[in-house]
Ligand binder design. Structure first.
Ligand code: MEV
Length: 438
């Protein structure tokens, strides 16, 4: 039975590794070897990674790949993706190539508004609170002037501070609901610093507000934090082409358009399908968000809330045929940054941004929306035609062969063989055993 540990974070890395290996693994020597295997050979680089978080033991690798041939607003991009799922980059590349000869992707930013809130409790007269708030507002702005000065010089800053009354949902519950423009920064630190100052100013000013009763003066701040729900920080990406161009055979092209739209409509109306449909979109979105050092948890949370904004969880993508034109598009909330955070600190992130031609936050939002749309196109196209397993298992073949301990020569032979055979766990095992017995 293991016992709790005291002062773990203060121990050296070697001590931490010994402790975890000895207390929680069966073969401490082998466990230590695994952890050390993933260290960076450059001590400076390792130190950089050690200091990103607390209690670092080693590094956790994800493949970093490129999906080339993305034509976005007439400009060609090679998109960096960090992801472990075998078929994602292949699918993105395939979709990029498909649309490359059909006009590429067109994008647009529909908004860049970020949100933050001071949640507080106030027990008293609402009109009195409203009058207080009108006097408070300029003081709130003034109280954060040292924080907002630089952002304002570049055209960003606080856009709006509203008083929101939610006391019908929880007795005494109100908010300062604030919106921000954070330009190329994701803005979490900027927003949270402003909000914490707002909270202080709110409390101080309430204490000094003569028209408040003693109870009203003692309003209580619950918390001050940005919101990852950013329905007005929105990117749109679209592809379109004549239906006849969807397949070399005109009858199949029409049939494909119909099947495709039907699949999108199913994701629009049925939450079980919508979640998986959107998961496929997030395969592309998260991979780029991660490669560019952005906060994929924030993006995930915000995206799924947006998918449920009309009261039912539904598809982020939409498709129509109007006249003879097939149109497929996505609208997705993305709070991203291309400055601050890991962007200059993490060498691979810096390189990923360079590969993307050092985009502004808006341009990155557009690229990420495109990655999501492309991924969804590839997935739904496979689903309504060949089925997903054909491509997926082909890409997974090497993982399976590695797991089964196949040699390089055996891998080569079997990759060739499975170009013309159906990949399943059983068929791969059988084929490998057959080669090995010969
Ligand atoms: C798998 O990672 C993603 C898919 O399930 C997405 C979809 O079903 O649309 C293939």
């Amino acid at each position: 039975m293991n016992t709790p540990v005291e002062g773990f974070s203060k121990r050296s890395k070697a001590e931490k590794i010994n402790w975890i290996a000895e207390h929680y693994t069966k073969d401490p020597k082998a466990s230590k070897a695994i952890l050390e295997q993933y260290w960076n050979t450059n001590p400076k680089m390792q130190k950089l990674h050690d200091e990103f978080i607390e209690n670092t033991l080693t590094n956790y690798y994800l493949p970093f790949a490129i999906a080339p041939n993305f034509l976005i607003n007439e400009k060609l991009y090679a998109i960096p993706m960090a992801i472990e799922e075998s078929s994602v980059v292949a699918a993105a590349s395939k979709a990029a190539k498909f649309w490359l000869t059909r006009g590429g992707f067109k994008t647009e930013i529909l908004g860049t508004e970020k949100v933050g809130q001071v949640h507080f409790m106030y027990r008293g007269n609402y009109q009195a609170l409203q009058s207080f708030f009108e006097e408070l507002k300029p003081k709130l702005h003034k109280s954060v002037s040292s924080i907002t000065k630089n952002m304002e010089k570049r055209g960003g800053g606080i856009r709006k501070i509203e008083l929101r009354n939610l006391s019908d949902q929880m007795e005494g519950y109100y908010q300062l609901h604030c919106t921000f423009e954070t330009l190329d920064a994701m803005g979490a630190n900027f927003i949270n610093s402003c909000l914490e100052q707002f909270a202080k100013t709110l409390k101080e000013q309430a204490q000094q507000y003569d028209a408040f009763s003693e109870d009203e003066k003692n309003l209580e701040v619950v918390m001050s934090i940005l919101s990852n729900y950013v329905p007005n920080c929105l990117a749109r990406a679209e592809v379109s082409c004549p239906v006849s161009q969807l397949d070399a055979d005109p009858t199949l092209a029409k049939e494909f358009a119909n099947k495709f739209i039907r699949a999108i409509n199913i994701a629009n109306l049925e939450p079980h399908r919508a979640v998986t449909h959107n998961k496929g979109i997030m395969n592309g979105v998260d991979a780029v968000v991660l490669a560019t050092g952005n906060d994929f948890r924030a993006v995930e949370a915000g995206v799924h809330a947006y998918a449920a904004k009309d009261g039912r969880y539904s598809s982020l993508t939409h498709a129509t045929v109007e006249g003879d034109t097939f149109k497929f598009w996505i609208e997705i909330p993305l709070a991203l940054g291309t400055v601050g955070g890991l962007t200059t600190l993490h060498p691979l992130v810096k390189l990923a941004l360079e590969i993307l031609q050092n985009p502004s936050a808006k341009a990155l939002m557009e690229i990420v929306a495109v990655a999501g749309l492309a991924q969804n196109f590839a997935a739904v196209r496979s689903l309504v035609t060949t089925g997903i397993q054909k491509g997926h298992m082909k890409m997974h073949l090497l993982n399976m062969l590695n797991q089964m301990g196949a040699t390089e020569v055996e891998k080569q032979q079997l990759v060739e063989y499975f170009k013309h055979h159906v990949v399943t766990n059983a068929s791969v095992k059988e084929a490998l055993e057959k080669i090995q017995s010969q």
